[in-house]
Ligand binder design. Sequence first.
Ligand code: MN
Length: 303
Amino acid sequence: MSAPSSAPELLSTRLADVGGIPVHRAVPQRALRKVGAWCFLDHLGPSVQHGDRSLQVGPHPHIGLQTFTWMIEGEVLHRDSLGSEQVIRPGQINLMTAGRGIAHSEESLGSPRMHAAQLWIALPGDERDMPPRFQHYPDVPRCTQDGLEICVLAGEALGAVSPVQVHSPLVALDLSLRADAPGPVTTELALRADFEYAVLALTGAVVVDGMAAAPDELLFLPAGRSTLALQCTPATRLLLVGGAPMHEDVLVWWNFVGRTQEEIAQALADWQAGPEGASRFGHVASPLAPLQAPALEGRLRAG
Ligand code: MN
């Protein structure tokens, strides 16, 4: 039995712009700073792209996090300051560990449709200065349960383990109905009671323990539950993320994740120093213009 405190909480997402296309930003928000170490969750599309309305993100820096890109439709070319050049296609994951500093660019390759999720994972405090790294995963484990196809993007579920290298206990699953499913499906997923979770409907609606969420509504589930009842329609595709609650406050500002204001200010100064000061972030061989950081004003709020 679940404690009353573990009832799902329904949250909305907000519209933001990333590289010229509208995205739904689910995390962070005032009521939810992170889910485990997942400290950022953007849902891109599903949308039709044309000409100047396609994803084009010029070189920009990151510190203290891993960027985790899950491609559902479309193709994006990733380039970074380690010299990586990698196209990500549907069903694949790009994982970029920023550590002490990296820069990258992302360009849509003109595919007519775009659908993806981009998440950030805060690195644990004692590992946040690790060397930068880029990893591409061309395939992820897939399992089925009650007519649902479940892609194990991170962590483990149903006996399958994702190869994606993370630095704290966490999980990410993509769930959708198999094409041969006869109609709506009800299923129960096993959860870890020591994890907190969030469910985001990417398409279609989902009902979680009797609570309905429309596309781009987020259901947060506090730690303390061992199962989750899901009702999905044939149109439903959802993302479930979870992790052990992170017992350290982090600062998320622009593309940086840190612990102190000074750390963030230093990363900003290092980026603004430009190519001459670029030893920290390095050079990205991209035709796109580098992104300008906003002004850092006032004290940042940890969460
Ligand atoms: Mn980025």
